[in-house]
Design a binder for this molecule. Structure first.
Ligand SMILES: [Zn+2]
Length: 331
């Protein structure tokens, strides 16, 4: 049996079976699924008294980085640790747990998955393997997406891009839901969950740590041009206005270094330009490839966004997505 088939049957057996013993020995049809090498340690970045994250230096998955290209984060409360997003694999999840232990001996109390893209939840496997009763929170739409094929899609995506560097990872969806609007108390720490409509996906969670005046934005804001296929340009503009209004000192992102409020301003501007121009040129009868050079000539695009990873290759796709959203808004 080929490894791909083995994995497929492994996922078929185990997807959705959170906390079952099926997670541990990685056998499928009595054959061993080889587990890929462990993930190397990524140092912890401290942002505030309670808030930390592991900065991914690369914007894309590769064999060299074991598909580590997003920033898992964590909050250390007086009672224990709340983890925000778990990375692209069981190996990365295990590494995140190791790195948390370099900061605190306190137990891990909960995980929050900001949305359903694989770099944010596939590491859940490691956390459930360590504690089958652990609460993993997300929006219901995140769970639905993962269970209805998203989980398997992202395993394939990570495997292809990392030369099978995530082998052994079992899709482990969240097991608790939040809608946005909740205030959660963990020891001395107040966490507010925000869901403000479609931005990067239809179900992004923004996690505000009240005492530290920090917000984890997930992928709603980034200086990177990667994936808008599940998102909304005007939706992102609205979410950025609300994220700014939180007035946080620090914003921790799914990709790239943490920043102050200027990250929200840049993301808002980027989306306003693409969507505004796409609307204008669409009404003038231009197609997406005709409007591309005009949009790229905008000073913000030329001077700021053009240095963001992925810009060159993906800006055309972003414009096509914006045009599709403009068209949709007309019916
Ligand atoms: Zn994402």
């Amino acid at each position: 049996m080929k490894r791909r088939d083995l994995l497929k049957s492994a996922f078929g057996l185990s997807a959705g079976l959170i906390g079952m013993s099926a997670l541990k020995p990685l056998y499928a049809n009595d054959e061993l699924v080889m587990k890929a090498d462990p993930m190397y340690d990524v140092p912890v970045t401290k942002v505030s008294d309670r808030c930390y994250y592991l900065l991914a230096k690369d914007p894309e998955p590769s064999p060299e980085n074991h598909a580590f290209f997003n920033n898992p984060g964590f909050i250390v409360t007086s009672e224990g640790v709340v983890v925000i997003d778990t990375g692209s694999s069981v190996q990365i999840g295990e590494m995140v747990i190791r790195q948390i232990k370099t900061v605190t001996d306190k137990p891990i109390l909960a995980v929050i998955n900001t949305h359903y893209h694989g770099d944010h939840f596939l590491g859940n496997h490691a956390f459930i393997a360590a504690n089958p009763k652990l609460d993993i929170y997300s929006h219901q739409a995140t769970i639905d997406n993962i269970k209805k094929g998203g989980g398997e899609f992202w395993v394939g995506f990570m495997q292809r891009n990392s030369n099978n560097g995530i082998s052994g990872t079992v899709v482990t969806p969240p097991n608790k839901t939040v809608k946005g609007g909740e205030t959660m108390k963990f020891g001395d720490t107040t966490i507010k969950i925000h869901q403000w409509g479609t931005a990067h996906t239809e179900c992004d969670l923004i996690v505000e740590v009240v005492e530290d005046n920090v917000a984890f934005l997930g992928d709603t804001a980034m200086r990177r041009v990667a994936n808008m296929a599940d998102g909304s340009f005007p939706g992102t503009v609205e979410v950025m206005k609300k994220a700014k209004a939180l007035g946080c000192d620090h914003y921790i992102l799914g990709h790239g270094p943490h920043d102050n409020v200027s990250i929200c301003e840049d993301m808002q501007k980027f989306c306003e330009i693409i969507y505004g121009d796409a609307t204008k040129y669409y009404e003038e009868g231009l197609s997406d490839f005709e409007m591309k050079p005009k949009i790229m000539a905008n000073p913000f695009m030329k001077d700021v966004a053009s240095s963001w990873p992925g810009y060159e290759h993906t800006i055309g796709k972003f414009i096509a997505v914006a045009v599709a959203e403009v068209e949709k808004s007309m019916f």
